[in-house]
Design a binder for this molecule. Sequence first.
Ligand SMILES: C[C@@H](O)[C@H](N)C(=O)O
Ligand SMILES: C[C@@H](O)[C@H](N)C(=O)O
Lengths: 159, 159
Amino acid sequence: EKMVIKGVAHDVDIARIAVIGVADKPGMAHKLFKALADQGINVDIILQSIGRGGTKDISFTVSKSNLKQAVDIIKGLLDELGATDVKYAEDIAKISVVGAGMANNPGIASLMFEALAEEGINIEMISTSEIKISCLIPKEDIERAVKAVHKKFQLDSVA
Amino acid sequence: EKMVIKGVAHDVDIARIAVIGVADKPGMAHKLFKALADQGINVDIILQSIGRGGTKDISFTVSKSNLKQAVDIIKGLLDELGATDVKYAEDIAKISVVGAGMANNPGIASLMFEALAEEGINIEMISTSEIKISCLIPKEDIERAVKAVHKKFQLDSVA
Ligand SMILES: C[C@@H](O)[C@H](N)C(=O)O
Ligand SMILES: C[C@@H](O)[C@H](N)C(=O)O
């Protein structure tokens, strides 16, 4: 599939929450996201990667206005989830490369990471799909990041 | 945005690799994915979540046929990445709910996780985008999972 990068998107109205040490048994992810859905909390990215010692960390992003409520809901659930802690940060921003045919182009992710690396920008979280590669980075770096990624993919910088 | 679930997809030709304890400084993700791209290794999902102790675990999925080569490449890179280990598993499968307007429906993820929880199926990894929610689960549970998720979203089971 020919790689077609349509543009670069970014979002600064974002906060990330991580529930640390969730028991790795069926039903825990459901308990967490049902509690958030029941309160109408919109969740953007959900990430659960490899865990350590039989537990998993479940991270997700919400808008800044939902951060406090989401954290309060989780604090009330920590015992039921067998989790040890909830961590959050709002000094972050999301930058995404949007296109088609990503899945068959191993080089796209590498190029995006290269653009950020050359600017000395640290990648805090990564989430990908067929049509999009998203990175969470420090909020103060978002302008530089957008310019660097536009340049790397030779996109018209006015996109 | 009205939630429109188009279907349930699954993939059993998948293996997951996790690079454990990557140094959390600019350039590391680029080094890893450039090495894979240079060898033409197609990567599907990339996940980097919250880390522990100043390092991050970077997970990604490849086809089963690329597993051995990808692991060999990473083993040669562990020092440069400041990483401690590379772990992999191929007894997994991916199940995805595909639709539109996911991002504005906090209940979709919760419903998918509920379908898996009710079947006692453990979720190993989670990755989401606006149009898709994907879970890695034990390979032997994939048939039950597809049926349960179809039923939960009241989709025609023949999709
Ligand atoms: C950690 C959490 O995802 C758990 N494995 C579950 O299935 O709910
Ligand atoms: C861990 C890795 O993502 C690192 N933070 C980087 O920017 O490359």
